[in-house]
Design a protein around this ligand. Structure first.
Ligand code: SAH
Length: 268
């Protein structure tokens, strides 16, 4: 039996630069009969590749029920409907709330991943979120604001791991970020990277600061939305005089594609 193609596609539009959309995402946009996009971030991508007869709608101002009704109505009418989401659809995007509504109508869905703003922000700063023997873990999270955090996921608890933290949806809560990180043992001079509109052509802003002065610096630059906060012991490593080298490229470390040589055989 040939599997039928999904009708409604949740497509990750990437962080802002239309060129960071996947090829698969572009193809689906070009094929789409109807596109519902989330905010100005992805409108350009929608316009760039959509066919002339495609119905294009901004979901700004629509609540979840209105979004679901829109998608269901188009899915009954058309063969390809796209819901364009910022970054990756699986992060803070209400994917499951929409998927459940479509499942109830037995409408087939598919998801195309996208470049998350966390990755685009690290790229903007030329930072590696993992560094050998410094941190090998990345936590994608947010600070509790109006949306409550589940038990065990307060920033204070997560920050105790002293690994890389990428904070979404938290730029207006920098005071809380500071106090919870201090309470978790981070130093005042711990480096912080804030990227506003990562990858947006001509609009990206990169702020480098310490935990102590991040609020003033963001205030001075008037950054109060669309920003990623990254705190990590690996930030700024490009400037470090000495690094522990990744084992992957270590001459004395075997892996699937390369046999190690003995340490005494290593030439400097
Ligand atoms: N699904 C998206 C996240 C949506 S939640 C993703 O994977 O990136 C919205 C939050 O994402 C914003 O509050 C901000 O913290 C972050 N964000 C989205 N686009 C951004 C961008 N271009 N630059 C910096 N942060 C961004």
């Amino acid at each position: 039996m040939i599997e039928s193609k999904p009708k409604v596609w949740f497509v990750g539009a990437g962080p802002g630069d239309p060129e960071l959309m996947t090829v698969k995402g572009q193809k689906l946009i070009a094929e789409a009969d109807a596109i519902l996009f989330a905010g100005s971030l992805v409108s350009e991508a929608a316009m760039r590749w959509a066919g002339s007869g495609c119905e294009i709608q901004d979901s700004k101002g629509m609540d979840l029920d209105a979004i679901n009704d829109w998608l269901i109505a188009r899915a009954h009418k058309f063969s390809t409907v796209v819901r364009l989401q910022t970054g990756d659809p699986g992060l803070y995007g209400a994917l499951i709330e929409m998927a459940q509504a479509l499942d109830k109508e037995s409408i087939e869905i598919g998801v195309v991943p996208g470049v998350s703003s966390a990755m685009a922000s690290a790229a903007a700063g030329v930072e590696s979120l993992t560094l050998p023997e410094v941190t090998q873990t990345v936590i994608l999270t947010r600070v509790e604001g109006r949306t409550p955090m589940p038990a065990g996921e307060s920033l204070l608890e997560l920050a105790r791991h002293h690994c890389t933290l990428c904070l979404f949806l938290s730029i207006t809560l920098l005071k809380k970020v500071q106090s919870e990180l201090y309470a978790a043992g981070w130093a005042e001079d711990a480096p912080v990277l804030v990227v506003h509109k990562a990858s947006w052509p001509g609009e990206e802003k990169i702020i480098r600061a310490t935990l102590a002065d991040i609020r003033e610096k963001c205030r001075a630059e008037k950054i109060n939305a669309q920003a990623m906060i990254i705190v990590s012991p690996a930030l700024g490593a490009r400037q470090w005089p000495e690094l522990k080298k990744s084992k992957l490229y270590d001459k004395t470390f075997s892996h699937r594609f390369r046999k190690a040589i003995k340490p005494e055989e290593v030439m400097s």
